[in-house]
Design a protein around this ligand. Structure first.
Ligand SMILES: Cc1cc2nc3c(=O)[nH]c(=O)nc-3n(C[C@H](O)[C@H](O)[C@H](O)COP(=O)(O)OP(=O)(O)OC[C@H]3O[C@@H](n4cnc5c(N)ncnc54)[C@H](O)[C@@H]3O)c2cc1C
Length: 244
């Protein structure tokens, strides 16, 4: 698929948490986009400090069958040019971006079940993959392990429950690294879930998306369990900071 420049209009904005936002961009020119679930688009903007043009990538969080609207999911990085640009957009605003691009997309890998592992907004490309998988006549069995920080950071929980009803072979586990004592669900980093829940990787294809520490640690853990394809999308380098 060639990389094109798109003009789009902000159709809707949803504040999913105190610092995570979902944006629906309706395509104006070209009117549709063809992409693989997991791919990203990029925006160019001047850096507020230097004035130099910089580029920031954002995964498409919607599924390819919805080709006239692109959904993005992002968190606020204070002072950051990319997230700042997206947070400044209002309903009806026009913007432009380039895409689609990237090698992090859902593969065939016949006979393998899917294991998705995300931290934070790393859920974006995985949401696209989950929705695309759910639309298949015979969805592949899949497990999602998703790490967030605390209750106030939770989102997409109802949507994921709906998706598991639609796709009974999908299992979703959200874990919180800093839960309130009242949290009834899993706690700790996603790495703990990998350690405890994944006994063998023999029949798995793994998709990892999030910060560099989570991706490095998860890869090392999975490789200890055996050999399987591992596809990775690193959002940013956190220089050894914990995944949350
Ligand atoms: C292929 C690809 C796809 C991406 N898709 C998404 C996406 O769908 N949603 C999304 O939110 N981000 C996504 N990112 C990250 C995004 O491109 C930006 O890096 C992010 O929005 C921060 O950019 P900024 O210009 O606002 O801040 P910057 O000034 O570039 O960031 C400053 C510092 O903040 C830290 N940081 C960067 N990103 C984050 C973050 N998300 N959370 C916390 N700290 C961060 C880093 O240490 C970084 O050095 C993606 C990155 C890549 C490479």
């Amino acid at each position: 698929m060639p990389i094109e420049t798109f003009i789009a209009q902000v159709e809707s904005i949803k504040n999913l948490t105190h610092d995570v936002r979902q944006l629906d961009l309706r395509l104006i020119e070209p009117k549709t986009i063809a992409f693989k679930p997991g791919q990203f688009i990029s925006f160019e903007m001047p850096h507020p400090r230097t004035g130099h043009l910089v580029t920031r990538a954002y995964s498409i969080a919607s599924q390819p069958s919805r080709s006239d609207v692109v959904t993005l999911l992002f968190n606020l990085v204070p002072g950051g040019p990319g997230s700042g640009l997206l947070f400044d957009l209002k309903e009806g605003d026009k913007t432009h971006f380039k895409g689609p691009a990237g090698n992090f997309y859902l593969r065939e890998d016949p006979g393998r079940e899917l294991l998705f592992i995300a931290s934070g907004t790393g859920i974006a490309p995985i949401r696209s993959m989950l929705l695309a998988n759910a639309e298949c006549p015979d969805p592949r069995p899949a497990t999602l392990l998703w790490g967030l920080r605390s209750q106030r950071d939770l989102y997409y929980q109802d949507e994921l429950v709906d998706l598991t009803r639609l796709t009974p072979t999908l299992q979703v586990i959200t874990t919180l690294s800093r839960p309130e004592p009242s949290w009834p669900g899993e706690s700790g980093r996603v790495l703990r879930l990998i350690e405890e829940r994944i006994t063998s990787v023999e029949n798995l294809s793994v998709y990892l998306c999030g910060n560099s520490a989570m991706i490095a640690d998860a890869t090392a853990l999975l490789q200890k369990k055996g050999l399987c394809p591992i596809y990775r999308e690193k959002y940013y380098d956190d220089k050894g900071a914990p995944e949350d």
